[in-house]
Design a protein around this ligand. Sequence first.
Ligand code: BG6
Length: 457
Amino acid sequence: MKRPVSDALVFFGATGDLAYKMIFPALQSMIRHGHLDVPIIGVAKAGWGVEQLRQRAHDSLSEHGPVDDEAFAKLVSLLDYVDGDYAEPATFDELAARLKGAQHPLHYLAIPPSLFPVVVDELARSGCAKGARIVVEKPFGRDLASAQALNKTIHAVFAEEDVFRIDHYLGKEAVQGLFVFRFANRLFEPVWNREHVRSVQITMAEKFGVAGRGSLYDSLGAIRDVVQNHLLEVLALLTMDAPDSAGHTEIREKTAALLERVKPLSANAIVRGQFRGYLDEQGVKPRSNVETFAALHLEIDSERWRGVPFLIRTGKKLPVSCTEILVELRSPPIAEFENDTGDLVRLRLSPDLEIALTTQHKKPGEAMEAEPVEMSFVQRPDGVEMTAYERLLGDAMHGDPTLFAHQRAVEAAWTIVDGVLDMKTPVIVYEPDTWGPSQAEALAEPVGGWHDPEVQP
Ligand code: BG6
């Protein structure tokens, strides 16, 4: 059944960081591509008027744009602003008035998760939730219990088909490329299992620090910020069983089913780190022991993957910015050909897209010796067409849930990390521009150490 297209877009947190970095650029692009022509209402508590919000949009695009004069003029003409406290009914009565009878508004909650319940309740009370859709930012909840409670709060007002849980990684070209790589090829599927795969590593490294988001980051830490969502989604796409089709219900079922087979993390399977200098960041609590680095060893308890080590590592202030997967295959059929670099599949998701294969070839010369050669057969810059936010906002406005996280997967992902949240393991200080605490090395020792992605400066 064709679903109605949203006839207004409301975004809470209009003066915040996410709106500044992601939402204004996405809105301008949607307008430029002819995908957005409905009232856009920002909501925040800043004591501002619409003129200040327009200026903010301009500043945002000057920094993260560029400004496209024609599209920006249109954005300005569509943009409205409601200033007020989220706990005040008057804010939502004003919003209802500005919506001027829109039948299917889309409410985007670009605000801290702690505010979701009050906003959802007020949307319902004021009538703004009628016929509406809601988009919530990750992380969805703070742990399994709060994610379940939040889901209940949202479902009291919105039907599941109208709830869109954003995890912008799912909207990335590169991450969707993983699905196509897995299931549009014949070559890899027969070896994609414990019989042929020795180990898998996923590294999401960021050279920058908390980039002005000290207070928000300090309420999250790396596990809640990127592991529970982005990296476990990547793991699921990389290892899931083939769905019957590329339809969203099938993909969601298979990714959730995979996550449900991942064993919950125990304290000895994780190393948490914090970069030196983090405590001086604005908004960070004086003695915070929130992690800015995490390295984990996961196991998938399934027929396909039992016994294969999955190593995940992420951190801020690491030597490079790069997200890369490395799948190492088992020994070759003839022992003499074994060497330190076995056959590898390397999938780079950012800063550019790359699929590369390392295979063994005859070393020139008399001896029958093999040497590893890497062939890179897809290489292109990431995100040329459409940013993840543009794609996801457009999909939500059309009621298309394909690229949004489903509650079942969200809960499965929380179940994996729940036991190691909230500083249950020590946090170890590491120097900026290094690969995190040395203790992380021990986790990867059984697979010959971490593979550090190389990025051209
Ligand atoms: C966000 C995290 O969800 O993803 C950030 O909150 C992180 O801490 C970012 O830097 C990474 O996303 P991208 O698209 O910039 O690689």
